[in-house]
Every structure is written in structure tokens, then in C-alpha cells.
Design a protein around this ligand. Structure first.
Ligand code: ADP
Ligand code: MG
Length: 242
């Protein structure tokens, strides 16, 4: 079965006085392709570190992370580059992944040019399809990225990651700090996209309603350990399209 298996992963950092501490402490879980999971927990509990481990921005101090049986914790930069269409991530500071000098359309196009082998025509087609699927106005494509509000920038960073059609997508507090309308807009983009492509989300969120609505399993972290696992019986795939 296609899945990501996190097995006994720990990640140590040095604290301010130079002493090692466990940011992640012996965590194991399975993220099955097609399923969504959520991580929640207080600030500093290790959520972003887990996300960074999954996308290869950090390496575990011990343990392994298997993607379809391959230990991605050992992948080189080159191996990661070749798998960028498998796993994508959008971090809280979404603007970091966008080029502010380019229009939204150019930003999406650039991601596809760098990460896929699509022709110019196919890239345009893919972007238009994505705009329609996610009910995003095509007018947005011509807007300079620097003119967008915070909520719109997060939405564009999300679209940029979705355009690549990853199998797995990590979303680190994507809706935190946004107004309710922007939060709902992002949730609807995620729901529509998941229904169409069965992309698997790893959601880091404090919004439990959002977590239970979108994911099957909700893990609560405390001091780098899983202290609680919640199950949702809401089936996102059977929810009606709005
Ligand atoms: P969360 O996302 O749940 O708020 P983080 O994963 O960002 O938590 O951080 C977990 C702990 O690890 C925190 O104590 C944080 O200060 C520490 N930490 C994260 N990254 C580093 C780093 N590169 N070096 C040292 N400490 C770090
Ligand atoms: Mg964080």
C-alpha cells in the first residue's frame, strides 16, 4: 500500500545553553496515501519540526521515514529534487515560496516549469483547470503577487503546491491568523482538490473543527510526543460539493 511510515523518529536540537533536547521524541505513525491526518498541540510541541522532517528540511536524529518502503531520511538533495512532485509543503510564512515581483500566473507557471516536464501549453492548461476546480477567479492570474492580501497570498502558495499535483501535501498552519472568510475559502480549495485528486494532506492546525472535517486521524503533540489520537468519522469524500 502506498504510504509514508514514520518509525520511532526522534529529532534533537541544542537549547539556548547548548544542551541537547528532544524536539521530537520517538514518534511513529502511518500516513496512508489518499488519507488526511492532522497534527495539533501547543506552540513549541514539535509540529513544524515533524513537517520539516517529512519534507527533508531536517533529518531525524534517529528512526526512519519510509516512503513506499524507501528511507527518505537518507535522501540526498538530488533525490529530493526528483521527488518534489510526490511531496509538497506550504509553511506558515507562505510568502517565502512566492516571487513577489511576478504575477500570480507567472508564479504558478514557474513552479510547473521547475518541477514538472509539462510543455508550455500543458502548463497553461493545468493552471486554468486548477483555477476552475478551486473556484478561483482567472483574473487573479494577472495580479502582481505583491498586491495580494495575506489571505490571498496563502491561497496562491497553496495553489502553487497543488498545481504540481503532489501525492502528499504538508500544510503548516495555513489558516492561522486569517479572517473567517479566508479560512473558509482555503478549506473549500482543499476539499475540492482532495475530492478530485485524492491528494493526502498533513494538516497542522489549532482549529479542531477544520481538523475533524478534513482528516481521518488527529494526533496531539506535547513536548515532542504523541499524547492523544482522535478519530474522525466524517468522510470528506462523501461531503457534498458546494
Ligand atoms: P511547533 O511548530 O509545534 O510550534 P517547533 O517544531 O517549531 O514547534 O519547535 C519545537 C521545539 O524545537 C521548540 O522548542 C523550538 O524552539 C525548537 N526548535 C525548532 N527548530 C530548532 C532549531 N533549528 N534549532 C534549535 N531548536 C529548534
Ligand atoms: Mg510551528
Amino acid at each position: 500500500m502506498a504510504e509514508i511510515q514514520v518509525r520511532n523518529v526522534s529529532k534533537d536540537f541544542l537549547d539556548a545553553s547548548g544542551k541537547p533536547f528532544h524536539a521530537i521524541r520517538d514518534i511513529s505513525f502511518t500516513w496512508v496515501k489518499g488519507e488526511n491526518i492532522s497534527f495539533t498541540g501547543e506552540s513549541g510541541s514539535g509540529k513544524s519540526t515533524m513537517a520539516r522532517l517529512l519534507i527533508g528540511l531536517e533529518r531525524p536524529t534517529s528512526g526512519e521515514i519510509l516512503l513506499d518502503g524507501e528511507n527518505i531520511a537518507r535522501w540526498s538533495y538530488g533525490q529530493w529534487r526528483n521527488h518534489r512532485t510526490k511531496i509538497q509543503a506550504v509553511f506558515q510564512d507562505a510568502t517565502g515560496s512566492l516571487n513577489r515581483r511576478l504575477s500570480v500566473g507567472h508564479n504558478l507557471e514557474e513552479a510547473l516549469r521547475n518541477l514538472t516536464k509539462l510543455s508550455s501549453g500543458e502548463r497553461k492548461q493545468r493552471i486554468l483547470e486548477l483555477m476552475d476546480l478551486t473556484a478561483t477567479s482567472r483574473k487573479l492570474l494577472y495580479t502582481p503577487t505583491k498586491n495580494l492580501s495575506g489571505g490571498e497570498q496563502r491561497r496562491v502558495a497553496l495553489l502553487r503546491a497543488l498545481a504540481v499535483r503532489p501525492d502528499y501535501l504538508i500544510l503548516d498552519e495555513l489558516t492561522s491568523g486569517l479572517d473567517l472568510i479566508s479560512q473558509k475559502a482555503i478549506r473549500e480549495v482543499l476539499e475540492a482538490y482532495h475530492r478530485e485528486y485524492r491528494c493526502s494532506y498533513f494538516l497542522i492546525t489549532h482549529d479542531m473543527k477544520f481538523a475533524y472535517r478534513l482528516s481521518q486521524c488527529i494526533y496531539e503533540l506535547e513536548s515532542g510526543q504523541i499524547v492523544n489520537i482522535g478519530q474522525s468519522n466524517i468522510d470528506i469524500n462523501s461531503q457534498e460539493r458546494k
